[in-house]
Design a protein around this ligand. Structure first.
Ligand SMILES: NC(=O)c1ccc[n+]([C@@H]2O[C@H](COP(=O)([O-])OP(=O)(O)OC[C@H]3O[C@@H](n4cnc5c(N)ncnc54)[C@H](OP(=O)(O)O)[C@@H]3O)[C@@H](O)[C@H]2O)c1
Length: 250
């Protein structure tokens, strides 16, 4: 890793083929603020150390995988290292060169409905949309030329293991997912997530009626099936905690 980055975070590296996630959570386990946009930024209070880590984790990735729900909830965002932490843009770019990565991680969007805002800056910037043939019909004619579509199955939800196999075939071996919770639920339930980075922001978000999701939704694990994990590292910056877990998938 580049010394400028290692001085800030310490050593970091990944297997050649891996799926890892990054979330920021409140102390009381909230990662989404219901219908309110940009929950991650609000929950972290735009904390610079969290934004640095987001940039660093994006800088390692061939692709950033998102559910369409997170795209819809985060207008104007670009899932690139330089967007989240511009001060270190050139160092992140150098890291990507060292790792043999393309200049930017490819944004990969999962959608069943095909309801993707084609005017979203991140879509205009270029994305691979993974959907069914039915979703593709809904979408294809509207997409900018910077985008491509992978169609899996005729309709309904995509089998994520097939989606990831297709991505790997296209050279996207190191995959970061920034969610959201429903995509996390599927990845964890299917034993596909290798590592989880969790930032604990020192804020209490609270809940009252409006559903405020935790890091996993749509998958009930305990008590029948506990996803017990290994704690790989703990870092602290001010009042923030930065945790890295290795997932036990067997
Ligand atoms: N705190 C954090 O770090 C953080 C990180 C990420 C997200 N968030 C928050 O999480 C919330 C969004 O999360 P979410 O769980 O509602 O949404 P999500 O997981 O991002 O997206 C769910 C959508 O993804 C598509 N999808 C998921 N699995 C699919 C499959 N197997 N096949 C086809 N399509 C699939 C579907 O899109 P269609 O509806 O188009 O069919 C589904 O409705 C937002 O509030 C966001 O701000 C927080």
């Amino acid at each position: 890793m580049r010394p400028e980055l290692e001085r800030i975070y310490g050593r970091l590296g990944f297997a050649d083929s891996v799926i890892y996630s990054n979330f920021v959570s409140s102390v009381d386990g909230v990662v989404s603020l219901g219908s309110k946009p940009s929950a991650g930024s609000v929950i972290s209070g735009r904390n610079p150390a969290d934004r640095f880590l987001m940039g660093l984790l994006r800088a390692f990735a061939d692709a950033v995988l998102l559910g369409a729900g997170t795209l819809r909830a985060t207008p104007g965002h670009m899932w690139t290292p330089e967007h989240i932490y511009p001060d270190l843009s050139s160092v992140f770019a150098d890291l990507r060169t060292d790792l043999g990565r393309k200049p930017r991680p490819r944004l990969v969007l999962l959608t069943r409905s095909g309801d993707i805002a084609v005017s979203h800056a991140a879509v205009i910037g270029g994305a691979t949309i993974v959907t069914s043939a039915a979703g593709g019909r809904e979408l294809k004619h509207r997409l900018p030329d910077s985008c491509d579509v992978i169609e899996i199955g005729e309709s309904g939800p995509i089998d994520l293991s097939r989606a990831v196999a297709e991505l790997r075939e296209r050279g996207y071996a190191v995959i970061l997912t920034e969610g959201g919770p429903h995509v996390m639920g599927e990845l964890i339930e299917q034993g596909m997530l290798d590592e989880a980075f969790v930032t604990i922001s020192p804020v209490v978000a609270g809940r009252d009626g409006d559903p405020r999701l935790g890091m996993v939704a749509g998958a009930e694990l305990l008590p029948a099936r506990g996803a017990w994990n290994r704690l790989l590292s703990v870092r602290k910056h001010g009042d923030f905690l930065f945790l890295r877990y290795g997932m036990k998938n067997s």
